[in-house]
Design a protein around this ligand. Structure first.
Ligand code: HAM
Length: 415
């Protein structure tokens, strides 16, 4: 039987990786402009890290983690998200000792055992960013502006920003109790999952997609009406900063996140173009996480974007880089000069392809077309003698006579 990849784990083939690189490079540029530096953390962590951060009663920890016992009898887990590992590293290396304000970004594979479908995979990739050490709502607004700038830079107008506040340990318990008494009277209408969540995580019922739960929670009390004055002021300031910078957003008081570490501001960039996988990016504030993981009391806020979902939204636009020049040769005798030219041009930054197999001129030109080369040239006996050749601009067939030197060709192709 032929060997295939594990279900939900995908190969990114060369014709798609151009789009991925474009997304990654745009993110690096936007994040670095905002003062963020890259951190690279392992893809595997001690299982306890995720139980303590994401929360034992979440779907991720309950059902979706790739957890196993290694040969040393330690329980380890392939990271289902990036924030926990980044904060573990922040604490372990005492990054806060130099400066509690750390601006970190990361990209890489994450693993969740979910039912695969379009936009949802078991190995998927996130690009994330986190700021620690700032309580001020200004940090929330900067993170949100950075996220919207990224989507603008990448050329997508579709995902729209939704924001909410989930309160803090001071006001959320009272809201949870109010919501529970509302739900108690509608228990019969809730799905089995939500009945179970009623005890452990009642806010999740607001997010449930089962029609019975949607109608049962239609008039549920809003978290925004139950914020303490500190959380209420914080949320107003975030909105004010967003308004000041003309960032468009809507408020979605039913937005709850699938990870327990959030406090105050939460947000999602949502799209209607990917079916049920509507969140292209998501995040929020986590003021208690660092201390919960054994670090000092330092707040944090950040987000992660789903690379596969962004790539899907970018559609079929061609991001593969095309050769600047295809060198075709008339016969065996010209291959040496073609090879030396190709070598010299590549070393000086021009992307060149040539015929490797001594194919007919017709099939060489077919290949130049297939590779979408910007220019092509045919080198034969006359060109060798004269030291110059006619270069064809493939977009319109314009011919330009140019000397067969690296400098001459570089000037022609504009590099
Ligand atoms: P999350 O909402 O679980 O948040 O994931 C963030 C993004 O990752 C989602 O909006 C989605 O685009 C993508 N994603 C999640 N699961 C999958 C999947 N199975 N297949 C494809 N894409 C997926 C977090 O992970 C938090 N760590 C975000 C954060 C950072 N909060 C604060 N800082």
């Amino acid at each position: 039987m032929a060997l295939t990849a594990v279900k939900g784990f995908n190969d990114i083939l060369p014709d798609e990786s151009g789009r991925w690189q474009y997304i990654e490079e745009t993110a690096r540029q936007v994040f670095e402009l905002n003062g963020f530096g890259e951190i690279r953390v392992p893809i595997m962590e001690k299982t306890e890290l995720f139980c303590r951060s994401i929360g034992d009663a979440t779907d991720i920890v309950e059902k979706e983690m790739y957890t196993f016992t290694d040969k040393g009898e330690n329980s380890v887990t392939l990271r289902p998200e990036g924030t926990a590992g980044v904060m573990r590293a922040f604490i372990e290396h005492k990054l806060y000792a130099q400066d509690p304000i750390a601006k970190l970004y990361y990209m890489g594979p994450m693993f969740r055992y979910e039912r695969p479908q379009k936009g949802r995979y078991r190995q998927f990739h996130q690009i994330g960013a986190e700021i620690t050490g700032v309580n001020d709502p200004l940090a929330d607004a900067q993170v949100l502006n950075m996220l919207t700038t990224f989507f603008h830079e990448i050329g997508l107008t579709e995902p729209t920003l939704q924001i909410n506040s989930l309160g803090c340990p001071e006001c959320r318990p009272a809201y949870r109790a109010t919501l529970r008494s509302f739900l108690e009277e509608r228990m019969g209408q809730l799905c089995e999952d939500c009945k179970r969540r009623f005890a452990t995580n009642p806010l999740r019922t607001l997010d449930c997609k089962v029609p019975g739960c949607i109608s049962a929670t239609a008039g549920a009390p809003s978290v925004l009406e139950h914020l303490c004055s500190g959380c209420d002021d914080h949320f107003s300031s975030v909105r004010r900063y967003l308004d000041l910078s003309s960032t468009t957003y809507s408020i979605n008081s039913r937005m709850v996140r699938g990870l327990d570490y959030y406090t105050r501001t939460t947000f999602e960039m949502v799209t209607g173009l990917l079916g049920s996988q509507s969140a292209v990016a998501a995040g929020g504030r986590y003021d208690g996480l660092i201390s919960q993981l054994g670090g000092p009391t330092i707040p944090g806020i950040g987000f992660a974007m789903g690379l596969e979902r962004i790539a899907l939204l970018l559609g079929t636009k061609d991001f593969a880089s095309q050769p600047d020049l295809f060198i075709a040769t008339m016969g065996e005798g010209e291959r040496d000069i073609a090879f030396c030219l190709m070598d010299g041009l590549i070393k000086s930054g021009v992307r060149v392809e040539m015929d490797y197999e001594g194919k007919s001129l017709k099939s060489q030109m077919r290949r130049a077309d297939k590779l979408k080369a910007r220019y092509s040239v045919v080198i034969g006996g006359n060109e060798l003698l004269s030291g110059s050749a006619s270069f064809k601009r493939m977009s319109d067939g314009l011919l330009t006579e140019t000397v067969l030197t690296v400098a001459g060709i570089k000037a022609l192709v504009g590099i």
